[in-house]
Design a binder for this molecule. Structure first.
Ligand SMILES: [Fe+2]
Length: 262
């Protein structure tokens, strides 16, 4: 049976980028953050891209645009302030990019304004029958971590995005990040929360795997257990940071700063 499918494409570049293809029964195919075109073309197997969606305007998320547009002549969608090659449509917060039926369910792709990593960053939310199903997080949020704010971002704004947009998501939401940084991020969590058994268990599971070939799609439930940026009230974390009496925002900013130097 054909149904909605998510194809995760991994690139062995130094930044370890992920690109995604979301395919639907009606033939619609959305390509999120093509770092390279050739791998996307191979995965497409002669099918047509409906649109390219760029989460933000860092080149490792759009460097495949040029070749894909030249072949498929597809539109390119991103935030109005994002400077992305071949962009010809601006996306607003909460804008519905796609709606259709696949396998008896109503699927929607919706853009969410998620500033912080850059000030024009979008995440793409995939909804199934009005419920959040999967989130393509670009460089806003990673497995066991969050994005940096070095190139046009702001950590205080990123904190607000994580607090107001990510924290309310349901436990069963699947997370599809823009990079594969799982092991390094788990090491960071473990450094500041050595008693975090979920993080320790996950690390032990992946430690001997080839992470160029094996990938994990975490739910928000798992992220709440292993992602120290979502655990700002952890007693152990606060004790190790010597921030027992600090506000959550200060804990987040301290962690972001420590992760920058990690
Ligand atoms: Fe980025």
């Amino acid at each position: 049976m054909v149904t909605m499918k998510i194809h995760q494409i991994f690139f062995k570049n130094t930044q370890r980028n992920f690109c995604y293809l979301i395919t639907f029964d009606d033939g619609a195919i959305y390509c999120i953050d093509p770092f390279g075109a050739d791998e996307v073309i191979k995965t497409l197997e002669n099918r047509q891209i409906t649109a390219i969606l760029n989460t933000h305007d860092h080149c490792d998320h759009y460097s495949g645009n040029e070749k894909l547009v030249s072949i498929y002549n597809c539109p390119v969608l991103a935030h109005s302030q994002a400077i992305v090659p071949h962009k010809n449509r601006n996306l607003l917060d909460q804008e519905i990019v796609y709606e259709g039926l696949s396998d008896g369910s109503v699927w929607r792709v919706k853009s969410l304004f998620t500033p912080g990593h850059t000030m024009s960053h979008l995440c793409l939310l995939l909804e199934k029958n009005d419920s959040a199903f999967a989130l393509f997080t670009g460089d806003c949020f990673f497995n066991a971590g969050v994005g940096n704010c070095h190139n046009g971002g702001n950590p205080e704004v990123l904190y607000e995005t994580i607090r107001t947009i990510f924290e309310p998501f349901p436990d069963d939401l699947f997370i599809y990040p823009g990079h594969e940084y799982l092991k390094r991020n788990l090491e960071f969590t473990q450094h500041y929360e050595p008693q975090n058994l979920a993080a320790l268990d996950f690390y032990n599971r992946i430690n001997h795997l080839n992470l160029d070939e094996t990938f994990f799609v975490n739910t928000m439930k798992v992220e709440r257990e292993i992602n120290t940026f979502l655990r700002l009230t952890s007693f152990e974390l606060l004790k190790n940071l010597k921030l027992e009496n600090s506000k959550e925002k200060n804990v987040f900013l301290t962690l972001r700063e420590l992760r920058n130097r990690w």
